[in-house]
Design a protein around this ligand. Structure first.
Ligand SMILES: Cc1cc2nc3c(=O)[nH]c(=O)nc-3n(C[C@H](O)[C@H](O)[C@H](O)COP(=O)(O)O)c2cc1C
Length: 324
């Protein structure tokens, strides 16, 4: 059994964070991942009001007694600041013990609220300078994602292999790292780089419990590590996504120097939701990391996490044997 500061502090069985995924990380999915041993993260941005978020938290609590977190998305396009505060208050009122913030600009004004609320605050970002800022504001843990990752990649384009030890060396708090983790080898590698836990998003999509259409899961099994693209860099919101027709359309709009509104419309979450529900795999943009090339099946989350952790342990003991 692998025990780290992440399993110790968060109280989860495995040092795995099932990363928040907009329009996917709902109570059922989060509970399934937490019940399987991860610490999963409910996406507060899925909810249009603090009351809806409260209901989702209550629902999650009714489905699991295992630790889970709530993500507060700091990207200004996702939610205005006044609303963010209300979401944080709702999360704290409902007794959630772990809050994850994501976005480069660590939230100076919210940090005291996290402390007063007695939560464990994890700040997720993509760069040493942002990690240092989060830690200086009192984050209890920092999550960093390398350039391979699905979703927001930031602007620095540093891969997980360099990002992780750079952040580990720079900080005193435990580091969770990810970007490209799809199997137990990836977990062992990131732990070897000094992280206390891993975060996974893309791999979690090809699981039985993930609330997306089976045709997208099947497409992910067929995909190679070369099948992702970076989009929205022109509007300073770079995301790594699956290279489908919707992504291609955004790339073309950017090449034509289209307006912010046109690009945002093409990248809209409603299109993604249509794809998730109806199964037209070209209907919307979907975040997806390079680790998609390592996905070969659609297990239950429990099967996936057990298998990955067994594999990580095997890798670690194999490495011990080759050291004379
Ligand atoms: C479909 C999808 C949606 C995501 N949505 C969000 C989000 O809304 N907020 C966020 O902070 N991260 C989001 N992420 C990033 C994940 O939480 C996680 O950090 C990332 O997927 C890890 O890299 P990996 O995909 O290589 O495993 C998303 C990732 C995916 C694949």
């Amino acid at each position: 059994m692998i025990k780290t500061k992440v399993t110790e502090m968060l109280g989860c069985k495995y040092p795995i964070i099932a990363g928040t995924m907009a329009r996917i990380s709902n109570p059922e999915f989060v509970a399934a991942a937490s019940n399987a041993g991860a610490c999963a993260v409910l996406a507060s941005a899925n909810y249009t009001s603090p009351d809806e978020l409260r209901m989702a938290i209550k629902k999650t609590q009714s489905l699991t007694d295992q630790p889970f977190a709530v993500n507060i998305n700091l990207f200004p396009a996702m939610m205005p600041q006044e609303k963010l505060v209300k979401y944080v208050e709702a999360t704290l009122d409902e007794g959630v013990k772990i809050i994850e913030t994501s976005g480069h600009k660590a939230p100076e004004d919210l940090a005291p609220k996290f402390k007063e609320g007695g939560t464990i605050w994890i700040h997720k970002c993509a760069g040493v300078r942002y990690a240092l800022k989060g830690a200086s504001l009192g984050a209890d843990m920092i999550t960093v994602v390398g350039y391979e990752n699905g979703g927001a990649t930031g602007t620095l384009d540093i891969g997980t292999l360099v990002m992780t030890p750079s952040v580990v060396d720079a900080l005193d708090v435990p580091v969770i790292a990810g970007g490209g983790i799809s199997d137990g080898r990836g977990i062992a590698a990131v732990l070897a780089l000094g992280a206390e836990g891993v975060i996974m998003g893309t791999r979690m999509m090809a699981t039985q419990e993930c609330p997306i259409h089976d045709s997208l899961k099947q497409a992910f099994i067929q995909a190679a590590e070369t099948d992702t693209s970076l989009v929205m860099r022109s509007i300073r919101n770079t995301h790594r996504v699956w290279s489908n027709k919707a992504a291609q359309q955004i790339i073309e709009l950017e090449a034509q120097k289209a307006s912010l509104q046109e690009i945002v419309k093409a990248a809209s979450g409603q299109n993604a939701e249509k794809m998730y529900k109806e199964g037209d795999i070209d209907a919307g943009m979907v975040s997806c990391g390079q680790g998609v090339g390592l996905i070969k099946d659609i297990p239950t989350i429990e099967q996936l996490l057990d298998r990955m952790m067994n594999e990580a342990e095997e890798v670690i003991s194999k490495l011990q044997k080759i050291s004379t």
